[in-house]
Each structure stands twice: as C-alpha cells, then as structure tokens.
Design a binder for this molecule. Sequence first.
Ligand code: MN
Length: 197
Amino acid sequence: MSNRIATVERNTLETQIKVSINLDGTGKFVCETGVPFLDHMLDQVARHGLIDLDIKAVGDLHIDAHHTVEDLGITLGQAFAKAVGDKKGIKRYGHAYVPLDEALSRVVIDFSGRAGLEMHVPFTRASVGGFDVDLFSEFFHGFVNHAQVTLHLDNLRGKNTHHQAETIFKAFGRALRMALEADERMAGQMPSTKGSL
Ligand SMILES: [Mn+2]
C-alpha cells in the first residue's frame, strides 16, 4: 500500500473535470466546481476521510448543475479506483454513524469490485442552498459505478435538509477512511477468499 494517489481528467462536451486524490492525505481540500453546496459536501469527505482532494470542474451550469454533479461523481469514482490499487491489506469494509443535531446518518461501504447503491435519504426539502437534492443520487450512482464499490446510504432521521446531506457526506468520508485503512492482521493479503477484488 504505497503511493495511493491518482489524477484523472475527464472531458466531455458538457463538462471538463480534473481530480487529484491522495488516499493517505491529511484532508487538504482545493475545490472549484461552481456548485458551492457540492463543494461544502466534498470538503466533508476530504476532512473526515483524511483524503486530499484537488478538484477543478467546469460544467454547463447555464443549463443546471446536473451534468457537473453526475460527472464529478464519475470522475471521483475513477480516481478512487485508480488510487486504491490492488486492495491488498486494506480493511475493505467501512462504516460510520454521524449525527448533526437532530439528524443522524449511517454509511456502509465495501470495496467489493462491484457497483451497488442503496440510497435511503428522505430529504425534507427539494433543494438546499440552490442545490437540487435529487442530484445527490446522480453523484453517488456515478461514484459507485466507477469506483466499483457497494454503498449503503441511510439517513435514519433528520428534519433539516442541510443536516441530512451533511451527515451523509461526513459519514461517507469516515466510512471511506475505515475501509481504505491498512488492516495490520491482514498483513498485505487480499481481503477476499476469491483472491481478487
Ligand atoms: Mn454545513
């Protein structure tokens, strides 16, 4: 498990995105997407995941944030898949419960090599900070499809939409951190009886 860094550049007619990550970082966050609420959420992933994220996205925001948010999920997923390498010696599974006042979310992740998303987040409002909350599922679908992970996102309770979203992203960061950490007892072995993930 050395040098778990990656840079991915993805350009389409709708978006131009460049993502650099370091899975063994300190939570350093440089981000410019033109979608401030998404920046605030990705900052949580970097901080609580202790993952360095450097993100630059230019998208067709004159239409809406849809393409930018979905393509960021895709590009970030590609960067994780690249940085995580052969997955030998990692914990593979990660989970976290995160509260924020009245809100409580649970996120469970498996670096399974298969894409899967279960998202159960009953947002109490359709938008927050000018951000359409239905775009979060676009982001996470893009992410799991390209990171090849199984991801369960549950907002267990919450009234404030900002809190619901923020607890999901904080728990996502924490769960990533746990799953990607070295498992000392695994001693560099593949965390699967299949022999590969
Ligand atoms: Mn906040």
